[in-house]
Design a protein around this ligand. Sequence first.
Ligand code: ADP
Ligand code: MG
Length: 231
Amino acid sequence: MIAIHQLNHTFAIGKKGNEKKVPVLRNVSLDVAEGEIVAILGKSGSGKSTLLNLVAGFMSPDSGTIQVNRQEITSKNETEKSNFRLQNYGFIFQSFQLMPGLTAFENVELPLKLQGVKKVERQARVKEMLTQVGLLEVEDHYPNELSGGQQQRVSIGRALIGKPSILLADEPTGSLDSETEQEILQLIQLLNERFGITFVIITHDEEVARTAHRQYRMHDGAITEEAHYVS
Ligand code: ADP
Ligand code: MG
């Protein structure tokens, strides 16, 4: 489903005209199969978010290939990448990134509104999604009236409402206490089993990575290890 081959990326840092090129990803190759939960584990600064941004098509790599659902991401233009993201990816982040002026219901509904889905269908789909992520009773609450775990459930609902095949998660439990972290990890496993959604989770936390089907370890921009866990 995702096949990354020999990915290299550098950032230019420092004053213009006197930039230094800093390698951030070095020959990164990895695969994710359909229906898998894969964790990419590495310390802060090891290049995890850069890798995810490249897979999402927010940036272009210096070299290497990224195939997702049999399409080459690196050869798409910005419009094609944007359409590809809408059709294939959901995103969740450490900081939830909810719209503060919208209720839980409205946050989950927003992607459908942007797609022009009619109100009756929106209502039904959002209700169903709120049920799946366990939020029906707080659907009228605003983000600041929800716990961290509830806010992350809203962001998962919003990420999944457009029926993406792949969910990209950047430190999804990084802002949560350990009990809530377990709750969210269980929800991810449930959604994976129930709907076959593929999850790529990047994390610095061994315990989070252990709940994945498979994990890669990153160090200084390179994949150093692949471990298998039978769950
Ligand atoms: P991680 O997500 O594993 O913490 P990142 O991918 O965010 O790591 O960053 C990897 C390295 O690249 C870090 O040393 C960081 O400082 C550097 N970096 C990230 N983004 C940029 C950027 N836009 N410009 C320059 N350097 C960057
Ligand atoms: Mg990061």
